[in-house]
Design a protein around this ligand. Structure first.
Ligand code: ZN
Length: 308
């Protein structure tokens, strides 16, 4: 089928149900909340005690069918995926989810839910391949009242064929494999901007002042999304370390030491130790920040040790 013929068929699925009449297999309960909070390291007092509410991000957990699944799944979602399979979009990747919270869930609540195929995107080409984003929206209710919505998006795609590399690049890679690149995104862009100016920047919560590293969109201590940065002095000590022998990675020359460095400001970061042989790195060793030019495109903060 031509792509032009496919998209109108895909669009017809918009608004069709993906699940109807779903009911949570268990009531919202304190044991599940406790396990979740322990797994997440979330000690917020709202989630314990006689007036406890469930963490809002558990919204979807109460709808999950487990290994045995739900019997109320609609056929439309399966039909849509089959249509995409037949059009060559045989691979799938979950891309993101969005949740909206309207009312807290409390132990004893029974959730009911329906899901709808909200949208199917036009054909998109990504690094993974070409295909269509499919968004489902689940509405979760308690006693008929909307408690929250959960949007879930997948990309159903035809995998891209590996692109042949120019010969020069191939030769270069064979001669000198390059170190992996950091994944720079909107949450850590500021950190890498700092590195480019030879500054090691630590995030500081705008509400409670807690320092954090690595960079995160919010504060683990008070959940505030506000932050600024402080520049690390560069002094630190080796808090812990491992010596890598195996497996070997291209561009790395084992054995070498990978250290967890505790900065003078109190946060810790993983980095390499320079200036000291791998077998002379010790816990407690004082280290000093420096910037290592790895290649034309990559500079990294590392720490120079001083062997006793
Ligand atoms: Zn905070």
């Amino acid at each position: 089928m031509s792509e032009d013929g496919l998209y109108p068929l895909l669009k017809e699925f918009e608004g069709r149900p993906a699940a109807t009449g779903g009911v949570g297999k268990d009531r919202v309960d304190a044991a599940m909340i406790r396990h979740w909070c322990e797994a997440m390291g979330d000690a917020h007092p709202a989630y314990t005690g006689p007036d406890a509410i469930a963490p809002p991000t558990m919204l979807q957990a109460w709808t999950m069918g487990g290994l045995s699944g739900h019997t109320d799944r609609s056929s439309a979602y399966d039909e849509l995926l089959t249509l995409l399979d037949r059009a060559g979009c045989t691979s799938v990747v979950a891309t993101d989810c969005e949740q909206e919270y309207l009312r807290p869930l409390r132990p004893g609540d029974t959730v009911a839910f329906d899901a709808v195929i909200e949208s199917v995107s036009p054909r998109k080409t990504t690094k993974l391949g070409t295909g269509h984003f499919v968004t489902t929206r689940m509405d979760i209710r308690v006693a008929g009242e909307l408690a929250g919505t959960h949007r879930f998006r997948i990309l159903k795609y035809a995998p891209a064929a590996p692109t042949p590399q120019p010969r020069r690049q191939q030769q270069q890679q064979q001669q000198q494999p390059s170190r992996p690149r950091p994944v720079v995104n909107r949450d850590n862009q500021g950190f890498w901007d700092g590195v480019a100016h030879h500054r090691l920047l630590i995030q500081r919560c705008g509400a409670c002042g807690t320092l954090r590293f690595p960079w995160l969109p919010g504060c683990n201590h008070c959940a505030s999304p506000d932050w600024d940065t402080v520049e690390a002095s560069g002094a630190g000590t080796v808090f812990s370390y491992v010596v890598m022998h195996h497996p070997p990675f291209p561009a790395f020359d084992p054995p070498y030491a990978v250290a967890l460095v505790e900065l003078a400001e109190g946060v810790r970061m993983i980095s390499n130790i320079t200036g000291v042989p791998y077998d002379k790195v010790r816990i407690g060793m004082p280290v000093q920040l420096e910037f290592l030019r790895v290649d034309d495109d990559l500079e990294l903060p590392v720490f120079r040790g001083s062997a006793a």
